[in-house]
Design a protein around this ligand. Structure first.
Ligand code: FAD
Length: 432
């Protein structure tokens, strides 16, 4: 007889809500992780850094669980098939997990819950990856917020009134299922290879966070926390981080609120995955230039701040937020290329790729999203550089040939491109 705890994007033992309750309420808690083929089969790069990262984290969990005389059951396949197989092997009492708000995950969980229900087994899911979810922050008319600022105010208000706490497993008992270490499929067995990309360490740098409002906009300095990948896969708890942030720096906490805002938007509006949040913007006639898109992807546009950003992304799986805004604006406004193309490229490359934040960030830059910057405001790469990389340190770091004849000439004229974008957006809006 076992009770399962199904790990997904919450790869830690400490302050893990679903695991905490499983451990508190059940005996013989067997942790489970499924390398989901529905997700893995879509990845193009065999050395995808996210898969290596997850694999490493599963190994870490496995060794942490050895201290409890337990292990983690690791499967590779379609989750529904995995559960069918598990039902044959184990006498499962109940399944605990943490909620995931993405459209695919919601569907998957509903299918697993239905399968279990037919066998009389409960599927219990918990809020864990956000402080507030779904309908917890609503406006005066009981509707979800469509604009960030009032949402963030309501969020802060509720945060201050709530007694948010972290949850630790009770050290006086051991409710994990006792077993010798269970095998973990290798990356090779799943058709992957180890990535060479380095993952930022899991370190909450309190002195950095306390100065975050002053340092966050400058891509040449280490002025942001680099915790994105850890928040994405739950190697850090958002409650723990938010409780620190509220003491250290409100601007930093605000960024965590943006993360929740976009998750809430995606939860209520799954259509944003393929469509503009504001439907009129689906009418924009995008330029379908593969050639221009490739220049952007490769960091060869001739706009140094754009190219530096794309090269940082290609080399490290990371790009500074300020530069993400600049390159996204450049692709959608200067090149008039569909934000979905850029979104997909980021999704492939970013270590911290998060469907909700990536979609929200792209729609913000393209002006198609929630409280997007208005379409007639087009980022000027030159003045952005002047403000945020005045000494060209970031540019020089990523473009060694900057200033030589090897560096490409600008692929479009800024003034021309700006006007073309405004005209095209205007035409789309007038057509609806
Ligand atoms: P910090 O600046 O230290 O912030 C701390 C944490 O707050 C981040 O790790 C992240 O979880 C959250 N956060 C910060 N800014 C934002 C934001 N604007 N929106 C939502 N959450 C935020 N963030 C992702 O996590 N995944 C993505 O796929 C992603 N794609 C983006 C695409 C575009 C076009 C843009 C403009 C932004 C995108 N962002 C994304 C938001 C932001 O750029 C990154 O979260 C941030 O750069 C990650 O670096 P950091 O961990 O050092 O963040």
């Amino acid at each position: 007889k076992v009770s399962l705890f199904w790990f997904r994007r919450d790869l830690r033992l400490e302050d893990n809500t679903g695991l905490f309750y499983a451990y508190q309420q059940e005996k013989n808690v067997l942790p489970l992780f499924v390398f989901d083929r529905n997700i893995l089969d879509k990845l193009e790069d065999k050395d995808d850094a996210r898969v290596t990262f997850i694999h490493d984290q599963i190994q870490r969990l496995s060794s942490e669980l050895q201290h409890f005389g337990s292990s983690i059951l690791v499967k590779y396949g379609n989750p529904l098939d995995v559960y069918r197989e598990l039902l044959e092997t184990y006498d499962i009492q109940v399944v605990y997990t943490n909620r995931d708000y993405e459209p695919y995950a919601k569907e998957r969980d509903a299918a697993v819950a239905a399968l279990l229900k037919r066998k009389g087994i409960q599927f219990l899911d918990f809020k864990d990856q956000v402080i507030f979810e779904k309908d917890e922050i609503l406006n005066g008319s009981g509707d979800f917020y469509k604009v960030f600022t009032p949402y963030s105010r309501a969020w802060m208000d509720r945060f201050q009134k709530s007694n948010i706490q972290t949850l630790a497993l009770d050290a006086r008992k051991n409710n994990f299922y006792q077993t010798s270490p269970l095998p973990i499929p290798s990356l090779g067995e799943m058709g992957f290879e180890r990535s060479e990309i380095a993952i930022p360490p899991l370190k909450v740098d309190e002195s950095l966070i306390s100065k975050y409002d002053q340092t966050r906009n400058f891509p040449s300095i280490a002025g942001t926390s680099r915790l994105g990948v850890h928040l994405r896969f739950g190697t850090i708890s958002v409650r723990q981080l938010a409780l620190k942030a509220v003491k250290l720096n409100q601007t930093y906490l605000n960024e965590l609120i943006w993360r929740e805002f976009y998750m809430m938007i995606l939860f209520h509006n799954p259509q944003v995955v393929d469509h503009a949040f504001k439907p009129a913007y689906d009418q924009i006639t995008w330029r379908r230039s593969e050639e221009d898109f490739k220049k952007w992807c490769d960091g060869k546009t001739g706009f140094p701040i754009v190219d530096a950003g794309m090269r940082e992304l290609n080399a490290t799986g990371y790009m500074h937020n300020r530069v993400r805004m600049i390159v996204a604006s450049f692709l959608t406004k200067h090149l008039l290329i569909d934000w979905r193309w850029g979104e997909a490229y980021f999704a492939k490359k970013l270590l911290d790729f998060e469907l909700s934040s990536n979609n929200g960030g792209w729609q913000w830059a393209a002006g198609t999203g929630t409280d997007a910057q208005p379409y007639f405001r087009v980022f000027n790469p030159e003045s952005q550089t002047e403000k945020f990389d005045k000494e060209l340190k970031y540019i020089r770091k990523w473009i060694p040939e900057f200033g030589t004849s090897d560096y490409p000439k600008p692929m479009v004229d800024h003034k021309f491109a700006r006007q073309r974008a405004i005209d095209t957006y205007q035409a789309a809006l007038q057509a609806t």
